[in-house]
Design a protein around this ligand. Sequence first.
Ligand SMILES: Nc1ncnc2c1ncn2[C@@H]1O[C@H](COP(=O)(O)OP(=O)(O)OP(=O)(O)O)[C@@H](O)[C@H]1O
Ligand SMILES: [Mg+2]
Length: 459
Amino acid sequence: MAQVFQQPRSGTLFLNGEKISGSDIRDQNVLATQAIANVVKSSLGPVGLDKMLVDDIGDVTVTNDGATILGLLDIEHPAGKILVELAQQQDKEVGDGTTSVVIIAAELLRRANELVKNKIHPTTIISGYRLALREAIKYLTDVMSTKVELLGKNCLISIAKTSMSSKILGSDADFFAKMAVDAIQSVKSTNSRQESRYPVKAVNILKAHGQSSRESMLVKGYAMNCQVASQAMKTRIQNAKIACLDMNLQKVRMAMGVNITIDDPNQLEAIRQRETQMVLEKIQLILKAGANVIFTTKGIDDMCLKTLVEAKVMGVRRCKKEDLRRIAKATGATLISSLSNLEGDEVFEASSLGSAEEVVQERISDDECILVKGTKAFTSASIILRGSNEYQLDEMERSIHDSLSVVKRTLESGVVVPGGGAVETALSIYLENFATTVVRPFIFFTNRVSGLARAASYC
Ligand SMILES: Nc1ncnc2c1ncn2[C@@H]1O[C@H](COP(=O)(O)OP(=O)(O)OP(=O)(O)O)[C@@H](O)[C@H]1O
Ligand SMILES: [Mg+2]
């Protein structure tokens, strides 16, 4: 390290690398953000178009969702990457508006760059933008927002419809908006501070090929695309006690590379028996705790199936881990990956079991599904989407997710503002007037921001 400092320096730059500063890099960064915004610009709003993205291995995605489009682009420019992260953050926090944030951020940067070129210091510009932001938020909360309780369910349906209007579901918005509102309202829960919460993740979205999109349906309870492991098992269990496992219920096999030398053939038989016995003991522990439904992410072999059928227990194998995590959360179960405790003994606590009013295998559309109804800890709902192909189903899922998130946000915040560009237009007029009331330098910025809001309202 000492050598590095002893090396002759060229200015302040003495490590390997290139230093660009001043207006050059500002222009470059703004140019990069413009390029990113231009990519998604054409997909904004009800007249926006979908994009088809093809990756290296030929996988195709057809989408209108800003975060998905940007996530699939291979962007190297650091400023561009920040915009992509912005869209992703918006997707995570709000769920919708991912295209809008990118376009607005890029436009703000472009206009700020113009101001810097007019010899205005960046800190002044930032203060101006902050002032405009504060005023805009104040105006939105004081003047434009309305309480949701005053507007009722129809308002929620309209909100869901607006968020779908630019998407593949736009033509069937009436049907899907009602479904999204019903779904999110049915997963309402109250936290310890007595606040209502609407977890979007509690709505499971299943995709089934075939039929038209209008055959999609909402089912109460958590639906999984699985079947009972054996035809001899019961397909309906009332007052279910559910064990969620992440382990194999199969005859134990010696690990690869283990060598045991034995002289006596009886010992060989004893080893075989023990191998069989070990898994049966595990099952007995689970059954003794009171389980009557066993879900596992891995396999269940014939020998274990026989034990489960005899005990009149429903067993489902090869469940998705994500599904089991959510079922565990909804029913109050713990996802168990090993029965060993810290002392090295095998135990299965009854407290690890979740409970639900009913677990049933039902034929939904063309497939058999396992439904977990009346979950005890949190309620859950499932939307089964129908569509002609995978691309359509994927895009439908993204659109439904956007609408669910928007309705959730509305219900949790309790207020709405008018949609369809009305807010942007109002803000533009308000900020333009406000600009004339502040001290001289800020007139520039509020004017810029109001101009931007006006531009956004035309999109
Ligand atoms: N009927 C309408 N008339 C005018 N503008 C509309 C209408 N419906 C929606 N908009 C506007 O369209 C924009 C939303 O478009 P879109 O859903 O394509 O993008 P996004 O929500 O920003 O991003 P994404 O949905 O991809 O996450 C919003 O600014 C909204 O005000
Ligand atoms: Mg949207």
